[in-house]
Design a protein around this ligand. Structure first.
Ligand SMILES: Cc1cc2nc3c(=O)[nH]c(=O)nc-3n(C[C@H](O)[C@H](O)[C@H](O)COP(=O)(O)OP(=O)(O)OC[C@H]3O[C@@H](n4cnc5c(N)ncnc54)[C@H](O)[C@@H]3O)c2cc1C
Length: 360
């Protein structure tokens, strides 16, 4: 059977996971990236699979739960194609919660905390222990890329989608190499999605996150994630980064600037040291930043553009794109191919009022 071709803009975790899913269903896929693949938000991330973070919008839970259920198979598929096994780094998260938001039975006592993590200074925080995993995006990225390269997905780095134009039952795409026609176009351009599809009426914007990594001192063995609304500490326990911790992150609305400011990093370190005093003097390895693709209601945009039946979008994953990649790939492939999506996509509709930019 001859399948129509599909073109994706953006070789981040969302674009490449969707490309693999469509490829596995027998469709020819081309992926363009304006730079190197997986060089933006998808490798800046901490890698927490934080489906039960109380700061997530509640509407995200069905998609997040589906993604968690798919994660092991997603990593297995990458392993089969690439030969690279991406391990889970952690299996538990100490999540701080405001008073009154959890039952007395589920909240950890001071004794529980002292037993679990003697180095922790809980100060005023109340904690729950979540059954949550994390991965290292810097391990996932090369494995995912090798998996894509092991298929006949046509990956075209350093090829920016300059414009798109819907005509009849096709989309015309212009890149610096010329103009092509595709049956279906999917915008997975992350924080750059609005410009890529010329979406003047839909709001997707970069939300910057700065963070840094340290070598954990021998006195501070850490095997679980610690997360409060202001700070998270994510240890690496497997692979070349074992013994490090990632500490993040700022949340800033300042456009596409990725400058890292030492004052911001120092503030993150001070906050982290209120929980784990040993962080105060831990040697810093790196500091970096990334641009999360954010929408005004914190929910992704998953679907088709209101007036362009062959022009799809999958972006706006904000703080959860590493978590949500397998489910996004699944539901977008189902939606594009005319199947019933595994999760109700109406909360994520690109036509929803909350993502519309108000007319002047
Ligand atoms: C500091 C920080 C910490 C984070 N921590 C976590 C976490 O712990 N867990 C979690 O689940 N998520 C986390 N995230 C969020 C996660 O990183 C993002 O949601 C996810 O990476 C978004 O993936 P993406 O593929 O949409 O975007 P990106 O990875 O940014 O990829 C978009 C790609 O599109 C390309 N592109 C843009 N415009 C064009 C164009 N016109 N033509 C062709 N290509 C184009 C870009 O070059 C880029 O490669 C974090 C993010 C940051 C910044």
């Amino acid at each position: 059977m001859h399948h129509p071709d599909l073109c994706i803009a953006g070789a981040g975790i969302i674009g490449l996971s969707l490309a693999l899913e469509l490829h596995d269903r027998g469709y020819p896929v081309t992926v363009f990236d304006q730079g190197a693949p997986l060089a933006e938000s998808s490798t800046a991330a901490a890698g927490m699979l934080a489906a039960h973070d109380p700061d997530n919008p509640p509407e995200l839970l069905p998609l997040a739960s589906l993604s968690l259920s798919l994660y092991s198979n997603f990593l297995d598929r990458i392993h089969t194609l690439s030969g690279i096994r991406v391990p889970f780094q952690t299996h538990a998260t100490l999540q701080s919660v405001p008073p009154g938001t959890c039952t007395a039975e589920s909240e950890l006592t001071r004794e529980d905390l002292a037993h679990l993590l003697p180095a922790l200074t809980p100060s005023d925080h109340r904690f729950l222990l979540l059954d949550e995993q994390s991965v290292d995006p810097r391990q996932l990225a090369p494995a995912l890329l090798a998996a894509v390269r092991a298929t006949n997905i046509d990956l075209q780095p350093h090829t920016r989608v300059l414009s798109t134009y819907s005509i009849d039952d096709a989309v015309e795409i212009t890149t610096p190499n010329g103009t092509i026609h595709t049956a279906q176009f999917i915008n997975c351009a992350g924080a750059w999605a609005a410009a890529t599809s010329r979406l003047s009426n839909i709001s997707v914007a970069p939300r910057k996150g700065q963070m840094f990594s340290v070598v954990l001192p021998p006195s501070l063995p850490l095997h679980l994630v610690i997360r409060t609304p202001g700070i998270y500490i994510v240890p690496r326990t497997a692979g070349p980064a074992t013994g490090r911790a990632i500490i993040g992150a700022t949340v800033e609305d300042i456009g596409f600037d990725k400058t890292v400011y030492p004052a911001n990093i120092d503030r993150l370190r001070t906050l982290a040291a209120t929980l784990l005093p040993g962080i105060a003097n831990a040697s810093q390895l790196e500091a970096w930043s990334g641009l999360r693709p954010a929408t005004s209601d914190g929910l992704p945009l998953l679907g088709v553009l209101p007036t362009q039946p062959n022009h799809f979008i999958a972006t706006g994953h904000y703080r959860n794109g590493i978590l949500l990649a397998p489910a996004t790939a699944r539901v977008m492939a189902e939606f594009i191919l005319g199947e019933e999506p595994s999760v109700d996509l109406s909360p994520f509709s690109p036509a929803r009022a909350s993502t519309q930019v108000a007319s002047p």
